[in-house]
Design a protein around this ligand. Structure first.
Ligand SMILES: [Zn+2]
Length: 164
């Protein structure tokens, strides 16, 4: 979620006024689908929600439901794509065309919890994520609910345009 938001801070992209709410949901979506499946003991949902076929279908459904609104559907696709890239190498990109084997975690919650405190790569990436989010809050002065709403909707620097 932090990396897509960070990318949306690049001035050229900021001007596109993309909907950041759908960018955030998109960046979480593959896990929103697969983690509950895993926790319910329905097998690893990763196969189902971490492949190119899935993200294209999800994009198309949102594209149609938003009446072809690209400012909403494209950030959603971008968020999902970045999620898959960051999950590499454990990504069954071409499922169901190619079959993949995954180790099924017996105790996923305690595994993630212990990883959060023992795996230096996980700790460092989580800290970078938090740092990026703090940067975004300060850089966009997101101290009031109204400002956060505007930010999520993708309104581009309303203060500057008022001065012009
Ligand atoms: Zn994932």
């Amino acid at each position: 979620m932090a990396l897509p938001l960070f990318i949306s801070e690049i001035p050229v992209i900021k001007k596109l006024e993309i909907n950041r709410f759908s960018l955030i949901i998109g960046s979480l979506f593959p896990d929103i689908i697969d983690k509950p499946l895993l926790l319910l003991g329905l097998g690893t949902g990763r196969l189902f929600s971490h492949n190119l076929f899935f993200i294209l279908i999800a994009f198309l459904i949102l594209f149609i439901f938003t009446k072809r609104n690209l400012r909403i559907s494209v950030p959603f696709l971008a968020g999902m794509s970045i999620h898959l890239i960051l999950d590499i190498p454990k990504v069954p990109l071409f499922y169901p065309l190619i079959s993949y084997d995954f180790l099924l975690l017996e105790e996923p919650l305690s595994f993630w919890f212990s990883q959060l405190f023992s795996d230096p790569v996980v700790i460092i990436t989580e800290l970078i994520g938090v740092a990026i989010l703090i940067f975004i809050v300060i850089n966009n002065k997101l101290y009031h609910r109204k400002d956060i709403n505007e930010y999520l909707k993708g309104s581009y620097q309303t203060i500057i345009t008022k001065e012009e």
